[in-house]
Design a protein around this ligand. Structure first.
Ligand SMILES: [Zn+2]
Length: 193
């Protein structure tokens, strides 16, 4: 079963992980990717380098299980999202401009045309005490992702969902592009806040 999933999904994981890293949306070891098929979740391993994924970096876990094994430390968040939503894929990235704008805000509203089309109501920013491998995040963000395509965990990164990895990665890329533009606009105005 495990090899069947790896055979099916490895190339897509490798491509998306590589794109996220080279676009500066993740650092060397940050971020994680997963897909769901029925009761199975295929997720990147803890400590894996998303820009250089090997087949051994993909780990299958049961959706309703508690076993973690070598899975990403965010596997509990991924499981919680899948249980509460109908999505098939999750992408998490430490997109820097989105993170820097998250420190002092609880909502991000794009200013550019594309961002407004994709996120007409903006993107919610969730503040928690512990933002990494966090039970609070696993409790808070599935509710948001029932209706939104993405959410920013303050001081940490973006979790985005979709029918597949490409769609989820698209939301991450769009939010970060919008955040970069807002940041540049504020710099230009001399208001970096
Ligand atoms: Zn993270």
């Amino acid at each position: 079963m495990r090899y069947q999933y790896i055979f099916k999904y490895y190339e897509k994981f490798r491509q998306i992980g590589n794109e996220l890293f080279h676009a500066g949306l993740n650092n060397f070891h940050s971020g994680n990717l997963s897909v769901r098929e029925d009761q199975d979740v295929l997720i990147t391993a803890t400590g894996s380098k998303l820009g250089f994924l090997e087949k051994e970096d993909l780990v299958r876990v049961d959706l309703n299980g508690e076993e973690i094994g070598r899975a990403s430390c965010e596997v509990s968040v991924h499981r919680a999202i899948y249980k509460e939503t109908g999505v098939n894929a999750i992408v998490h990235a430490h997109a820097p401009y989105s993170v820097v704008l998250s420190f002092d805000n609880d909502h991000f509203m794009p200013m550019d045309g594309e961002g407004k089309v994709y996120f007409p109501n903006g993107v919610k920013i969730v503040h928690v005490r512990q933002s990494v491998a966090s039970e609070e995040v696993a409790l808070e963000i599935p509710n948001v992702l029932k209706k939104d395509k993405a959410v920013i965990v303050a001081g940490h990164g973006i979790f985005a969902v979709g029918d597949d990895l490409i769609e989820a990665a698209k939301w991450i890329s769009s939010i970060e592009n919008s955040a970069h533009l807002v940041y540049l606009h504020r710099c230009m105005k001399g208001v970096v806040k």
